[in-house]
Design a protein around this ligand. Structure first.
Ligand code: GH3
Ligand code: MG
Ligand code: MG
Ligand code: MG
Length: 298
């Protein structure tokens, strides 16, 4: 199994022997282990490993204790985590206190390996379920791009970040050209396939922190943090060229081609406003359509 396909677990404990035992066991069960010796170090790891969802946390640790660490997680990340508290503390009172403060499971030291292994499996099952729900709530089910609500949330977040950091933010509004004709000529199924292909081309041309969302039927919004007008235009143009080149095979017909137009706009340190930024994209897109389609306008 490659490290990339392994489930990540963060363990935090100030006791080196517990850390060593946990690391050894978890690694042998196929987990990718991140190890911290106090709550503060654990929090630093969380910041640099956003995919972490599964935690084994000691209660008494220096700097940030286990319960305080839980609070940080719940306050700062809005996705689901599964937290197993592994502690020397025992008894109903402690279990009640930990679990009413966001801990999902409670294990007393010394741990029994077989038991910890199945408790981790429970966590994995719940995390999987949560991820599925997150997907249905946040993604467009046809294309896998962010849905309209989420891409507008991301736009707001990125705009606020760019305002705070005084950085640049590029936005591209794509619209497929004469898309109604594709549906009319070849049917909705082919139209749907074309939307999927369009998205996979864009996804293949953007950076991990760029975000593509379905704004409407055949309109897509692309958010490009830290991109000036030249960069945003380049990315949009690269996508446009690949889309135009693609020959989509369909049964009983010659392969079809699709094209897209886009409007690009950029804001610098939060100027202009989101509303104005969006309007600029829209105006540029309209211009691209007016000038003959299959083009990007800045
Ligand atoms: P233009 O170049 O001016 O954008 O022309 P257009 O035909 O692309 O624009 P128009 O707005 O007239 O048509 C958009 C079409 O997109 C109409 C609608 O049926 C189609 N569409 C929207 N959502 C979907 C979808 O989920 N699947 C399919 N197959 N078609 C869709
Ligand atoms: Mg401790
Ligand atoms: Mg449209
Ligand atoms: Mg269109």
């Amino acid at each position: 199994m490659t490290n990339q396909s392994k489930v990540k677990v963060l363990i935090a404990d100030d006791d080196p022997i517990t850390r060593m035992l946990l690391t050894r066991n978890l690694s042998s069960w196929g987990y990718l282990v991140f190890s911290a010796q106090d709550g503060e170090q654990a929090w630093k790891i969380v910041k640099s490993e956003p995919e972490l969802r599964l935690f084994i946390i000691d209660w008494s640790m220096p700097k940030l204790n286990g319960l305080e660490f839980c609070q940080c997680l719940k306050n700062e990340q809005d996705f689901f985590h599964y937290i197993i508290m592994l502690t020397g503390k025992k008894g109903t009172e402690n279990i009640v206190e930990a679990m009413s403060n966001g801990v999902d499971d409670f294990v007393t030291k010394p741990f029994v390996a077989d038991e910890l292994r199945v408790r981790l499996k429970v966590g994995e099952r719940i995390i999987e379920q949560e991820k599925r729900l997150e997907f249905y709530a946040n993604k467009d089910s046809l294309t896998g791009a962010w849905n309209r609500r989420m891409i507008l949330n991301h736009l707001k977040e990125e705009w606020e970040r760019a305002t705070r950091d005084k950085s640049l933010l590029g936005v591209v509004l794509f619209d497929l050209d004469f898309f109604k004709n594709i549906n009319d000529s070849y049917g909705h199924q082919i139209g749907d396939d074309a939307l999927k292909v369009f998205c996979s081309i864009i996804q293949g041309n953007i950076r991990p922190y760029d975000k593509l969302g379905r704004y409407g039927g055949e309109e897509f919004l692309l958010i490009l943090p830290n991109s000036d007008d030249v960069k945003a235009f380049q990315i949009a143009e690269r996508c446009r060229k690949q889309i135009e080149k693609l020959k989509m095979p369909i049964s009983g017909h010659n392969p079809i081609t699709i094209t897209a137009s886009a409007g690009v706009a950029v804001c610098d340190a939060g100027k202009p406003s989101i509303h104005e930024l969006f309007k600029q994209c829209d105006v540029a897109l309209y211009q691209a359509k007016q000038q003959g389609r299959n083009q990007i306008v800045l």
